[in-house]
Design a binder for this molecule. Structure first.
Ligand SMILES: NC(=O)c1ccc[n+]([C@@H]2O[C@H](COP(=O)([O-])OP(=O)(O)OC[C@H]3O[C@@H](n4cnc5c(N)ncnc54)[C@H](OP(=O)(O)O)[C@@H]3O)[C@@H](O)[C@H]2O)c1
Length: 273
């Protein structure tokens, strides 16, 4: 149903490209996908994805034709992008979809007008391999059809979940938006330690990658609590217990609680700017 929608992107970086690849893979007409990005390098990269994509250096070219306009610039660039948008002619009732961390529905509507339909989405990095999760929230002005469009767009990069309380979005950002980086950091640390423990680099990387992948897969397919999965690989007095007991004693839970709270607070702060 969305295959013929005119979808525009303001900002053609990592997240926009993940969605664009997903859209094309799902059969979306490439000539109905339009992207504006000031960076020539980025525009060349987009053109190499598909020669029929509409690519421009000017946001107004894209804003003028998109039925759905995806704002995919860094949060720090959002004010500028929104100000440009406000000055550009756009189709009436154009759906604005923002994937920017921290940027609230009301801050977008303060520029686009209170009746503009806006959907805020928090996607995450595994979107690159269609294994992401996106959390969505809509203004009352978004129609059911527009909500379906947004869900169909995010479904090309993984799973989609709706919330109806925007204050949750800051915690969502801290958990699933920033979350992949916590897992990558853990993988980085495990890889370093594996080498310090005498394993060759290639073996260290292969072990960490497959352990992360397999554990994620088991957790996804299991109905049990994460603590039961952990218990199932932790014999009393064994090797795993030696490691996890030390992590608990050293305060891993408290460190994570502080780190995730810092991410949540930064999301709130970005929204206040
Ligand atoms: N990447 C993730 O894992 C992830 C996860 C969740 C949410 N997000 C959100 O997705 C958004 C985009 O992130 P990203 O990682 O895709 O960033 P990115 O790779 O830096 O892409 C942003 C692109 O927008 C361009 N740009 C800057 N100002 C612009 C303007 N005024 N008009 C049009 N384009 C402009 C940038 O060009 P220059 O480089 O020349 O400035 C860059 O090519 C962010 O708001 C982020 O919060 C990302």
């Amino acid at each position: 149903m969305t295959k013929q929608l005119q979808i525009g992107f303001i900002g053609g970086g990592n997240m926009a490209q993940a969605i664009i690849r997903g859209l094309l893979h799902s059969g979306h007409n490439p000539s109905h996908v339009h992207i504006a990005d000031p960076s020539e390098k980025q525009r060349d990269c987009l053109a190499s994805i598909n020669g029929d994509l509409g690519i421009s250096a000017n946001n107004k070219d894209v804003a003028a034709i998109a039925q759905v306009l995806v704002l995919a610039v860094k949060p720090q660039m959002m004010t500028l992008a929104l100000e440009e948008l406000a000055a550009d002619p756009r189709p009436e009732k154009q759906l604005i979809v923002s994937v920017a961390a921290g940027i609230t529905l009301s801050s977008i509507q303060s520029v686009t007008g209170p009746s503009a339909p806006v959907i805020r989405v928090m996607p995450n990095h595994p979107a690159l391999v269609n294994a992401g999760i996106s959390v969505l929230i809509a203004t009352d002005s978004a129609t059911e059809e527009q909500k379906q469009w947004a869900e169909q767009i995010t479904s090309v990069i993984g799973k989609s979940l709706w919330i109806d309380d925007e204050t949750m979005m800051d915690a969502v950002t801290a958990i699933s938006g920033s979350g992949p980086a916590y897992f990558y950091l853990l993988m980085e640390i495990m890889e370093e330690c594996a080498q310090q423990l005498g394993l060759p680099a290639e073996l260290a990387q292969a072990l960490v990658k497959q352990t992360a992948f397999g554990s994620g897969q088991v957790a996804t397919e299991s109905d049990g609590a994460f603590s039961s999965l952990r218990a199932s690989v932790t014999s009393p007095g064994g090797t795993t217990a030696a490691a996890t007991n030390l992590l608990e004693e050293e305060g891993i839970r408290d460190i994570f609680r502080k780190a995730l709270t810092a991410a949540r607070d930064r999301s709130i702060e970005l929204g206040l700017k």
